[in-house]
Design a protein around this ligand. Structure first.
Ligand SMILES: [Zn+2]
Length: 157
């Protein structure tokens, strides 16, 4: 799972403020909880903005068990796919995640995740072909192309 490879630039800083050491993963439950409760004015402007962008983008669901509902990880995965489909390569995605959210993740991890995603989509495509579900065949084909080429999904319908 790609979300488990993500770390935060400011994890240690948060740990200092809340008084205990946080696990390394950006999407670890303890880290997500700390992000929601830490006093934001303890950070420099860039870090504060990155934390708030992280919260807005990944922690804003209304689930009762937020942030333990699985939405943050899912939203992160979607973000990576969308960045790829908007034309960024794995190195640019890694840079974007660092600039925007303070998320540190190796470009190589992003690349192997994108390859995995294509394989998964191909498996879904096989099922869609087998059961002859045209709308799904179409959607899956569009996303495979978009991820491989780094180009937006263009619907033909
Ligand atoms: Zn949720």
């Amino acid at each position: 799972m790609i979300a488990s490879r993500a770390r935060l630039r400011y994890t240690r800083q948060i740990g200092k403020i809340i008084g205990f050491r946080l696990p390394e993963g950006a999407f670890h439950g303890a880290t997500l909880e700390a992000l929601l409760s830490v006093p934001y004015d303890s950070f420099d402007r860039l870090t504060r903005e990155q934390i708030l962008t992280f919260i807005r983008s990944f922690l804003s669901c209304k689930c009762q068990d937020n942030p333990f509902c699985g939405c943050p990880e899912r939203k992160f995965v979607r973000e990576v796919i969308e960045l790829r489909e908007s034309g960024l390569d794995h190195v640019q995605i890694s840079q974007y995640l660092r600039d925007e959210f303070g998320i540190e993740i190796y470009a190589a991890d992003i690349l192997s995740y994108l390859e995995e995603a294509v394989h998964l989509l191909e498996a879904i495509q096989d099922v869609a072909n087998q059961f002859n579900v045209p709308r799904m065949q179409e959607l899956v084909r569009m996303h495979i192309t978009a991820i491989e080429k780094g180009a937006p999904v263009i619907s033909e319908s």
